[in-house]
Ligand binder design. Structure first.
Ligand SMILES: Cc1cc2nc3c(=O)[nH]c(=O)nc-3n(C[C@H](O)[C@H](O)[C@H](O)COP(=O)(O)OP(=O)(O)OC[C@H]3O[C@@H](n4cnc5c(N)ncnc54)[C@H](O)[C@@H]3O)c2cc1C
Length: 603
């Protein structure tokens, strides 16, 4: 202060001196996290200490891409890029992510070190070390973040992959809730488990149901922390709403059990407040439910012969959806394509094949009666299966081999399967990804024309998919009430679907010959998708978006992801992580940091 005063040029008036002084006072260098090469980067001996404190579970991360960058031998790279279409290969590497990058947004980069956590204590040690040495910390579970929030170069990673124990409970009572609380069916899942592991334990082995994600290799933690929808969410609700309790390590390294009684504010924030922002979850206890007798699937694709016939088809489908499918039985997608086709991949819950057929009959008859305008490129195909077999690897490989892919590495567990439909997304490089919740009011008769126009106009730029299971309007009232008690944007409660418009390509990395991102194609796709979403938003102005499946460049992300819940989330973040140890792109409290999370923005 004193110095500042004396240094002020004599010609300045009092107010100038004060301004000058103020500037110097606030001109303290901003807080910066440490990178390798900085003088205060931990020494080898200090890393050794961390390694000892986590029982040797510290890995120096080596990317398999390094070999590819160094060799002139194309076969080395070809083999690697073949592996990048296997989600289990990616998931088993601390250096890789399920999305390889996003044009102009981020590129997958390995951390310097990873703690391959085998216990909650390992995680606590890693957090204390990152805090002490001002490191950029990242947390990775299933590695499926579209936004790239589970990787960062120059960082220390906490990798939860090995924490995948699953425990079925028939009489779970949340800690601290005393004798008043009724024991209930639940499952406690380690933070690093993926959904196929959870479904296998809960459904195939125990004959019950847990609400998780559609994609089998998505991580349990990332999905729950971001809200989470699966094919049957129209019946069972938001996945995060089924969270009964979690164990979490907070920024001070403290291990907490959180539930509706203990730390209820933090517990609420974990239900949709976003992964990587409030601490590291080590296990989650989720409610399980009775399994229905059957699940059903329906596929089909209709081609319209002209623009006007396609518009009519969109309207006919909207009316059919509103009258017959807008209920807890039906989830998944209708894809409206730019070539004037409409493709269905729908899943049903609790219906027989005959019941499904009778629901779709009138729609099918209507289309089939107009051969001048429509043809079925793929006939409507309906099948039912015993609910207990939906995630049973042996059953699927035998009876529905075309629907699943397998981990083809030698000695891979037989149970390592994934939906064949998700293979395209494996290792993908994103050009654009937008989503928006469509309010149920759009299904009302006077608004059906607007919705039709928007969908049709959007498809002139890019195809768009309506995911009916990712909006809760039409769900049982108790599921809507449960979702209301989460941090997810309340818009989801009144949305009948989430529209997703996206484009991606094969896995790509800058600097790897023949596997570089196609910037021209990507820029073109991204511009068209922007236009397509503008058309959709004419029907739903200002619509919010599902944070786990959203645009990296979302402008009003706080409002879009959390709506009226954001200010409460920001308060909880300040309370449990006042120094902002946990940073993710567009996460709660991330406004205080540079875009890479390394530098605090001066206030
Ligand atoms: C192919 C594919 C299919 C998808 N399908 C669906 C779907 O059907 N339904 C749906 O709702 N979503 C779906 N998603 C989106 C998915 O839910 C999110 O990407 C989710 O965040 C992924 O979780 P993860 O653990 O696999 O990813 P990660 O990238 O490991 O983690 C995601 C975020 O959560 C944080 N995180 C992970 N583990 C922890 C932890 N233990 N404690 C604290 N923070 C943690 C990470 O730091 C990161 O910020 C899909 C994504 C992909 C790529």
């Amino acid at each position: 202060m004193q110095n500042a005063f004396w240094l002020a040029p004599l010609s300045m008036g009092t107010s100038s001196i004060l301004n000058f002084t103020d500037k110097l006072v606030t001109a303290n260098p901003p807080f910066k996290r440490v990178r390798p090469g900085d003088s205060n980067w931990p020494s080898p001996a200090q890393w050794e200490q961390l390694s000892a404190s986590v029982n040797g579970n510290l890995i120096k991360v080596e990317s398999p891409l390094a070999a590819c960058r160094q060799t002139a031998e194309p076969e080395t790279c070809n083999e690697l890029f073949r592996e990048l279409k296997n989600p289990y290969y990616i998931g088993d590497s601390p250096a890789l992510t399920q999305t390889s990058g996003w044009l102009n947004a981020w590129q997958s980069e390995p951390s310097v070190y990873a703690v391959h956590a085998k216990s909650t204590a390992d995680i606590s040690m890693a957090i204390k070390f990152a805090k002490k040495y001002h490191l950029r910390l990242v947390v990775k579970g299933g590695g499926h973040s579209y936004q790239g929030t589970s990787n960062c170069k120059d960082s220390l990673m906490i990798w939860t992959r090995a924490l995948n124990t699953i425990e079925i409970k028939d009489d779970f009572v949340a800690e601290g809730s005393g004798q008043t609380s009724k024991p209930q069916h639940a499952v406690t899942v380690g933070a690093g488990a993926i959904w196929h592991q959870a479904y296998d334990a809960v459904t195939t082995n125990a004959g019950r149901y847990v609400q998780g994600g559609g994609c089998m290799t998505v991580g349990v933690s990332g999905l729950i922390l971001g809200g989470g929808f699966g094919s049957f969410s129209k019946n069972y609700g938001l996945a995060a709403a089924a969270l009964l309790e979690a164990e979490i390590v907070t920024a001070d390294g403290d291990i907490k059990i959180v539930n509706a009684i203990k730390y209820p504010d933090l517990f609420w924030a974990l239900k949709g407040g976003g992964g990587g922002s409030f601490g590291v979850v080590t296990k989650l206890t989720l409610k399980t439910r009775e399994l229905p007798k059957n699940f059903g699937v329906l596929f089909g694709k209709i081609k319209a012969n002209s623009d006007s016939a396609f518009k009519k088809l969109i309207k006919t489908f909207i009316v059919f959806y509103k009258e017959q499918l807008f209920n807890p039985h039906w989830g998944e997608q209708a894809r409206f394509r730019s070539d004037n086709s409409l493709e269905f991949t729908m899943l049903s819950h609790g219906m027989t094949k005959a019941e499904m057929q009778s629901v779709w009959q009138s729609f099918e008859d209507q289309i089939k009666s107009d051969t001048e305008n429509y043809s079925f490129e793929n006939p409507l195909t309906i099948a039912e299966l015993p609910a207990r077999q939906l995630w049973n690897a042996a059953f699927l490989k035998k009876y529905a081999a075309s629907l699943v892919g397998s981990d083809d590495r030698p000695n891979a567990p037989e149970g390592n399967i994934f939906w064949a439909d998700n293979k395209g997304e494996c290792g993908q490089y994103l050009y654009a990804y937008h989503s928006a919740w469509l309010p149920e009011t759009l299904l009302e008769k006077p608004n059906q024309v607007n919705l039709t126009e928007s969908i049709f106009s959007a498809t002139r730029f890019w195809e768009c998919s309506l995911h009916f299971n990712k909006g809760l309007a039409g769900s049982p009232p108790e599921e809507i009430e449960a979702a209301q008690n989460t941090a997810t944007n309340p818009e989801v409660l009144k949305a009948f679907a989430l529209v997703i418009i996206a484009a991606s390509d094969q896995p790509a990395f800058k600097g790897i010959a023949d596997h570089e991102p196609d910037i021209k194609e990507g820029t073109d796709a991204s511009e068209k998708i922007e236009r397509a979403m503008e058309e959709m938003l004419k029907a739903a102005p200002g619509a919010g978006s599902y944070l786990n499946e959203s645009n990296f460049f979302e402008k009003n992300w706080q409002k879009s992801f959390w709506g009226s819940n954001y200010s409460r989330l920001a308060g909880i973040k300040k309370k449990y992580d006042p120094e902002g140890l946990f940073f993710v792109h567009h996460g709660v409290g991330s406004e205080a940091w540079s875009s890479d999370g390394f530098e605090k923005i001066p206030v």
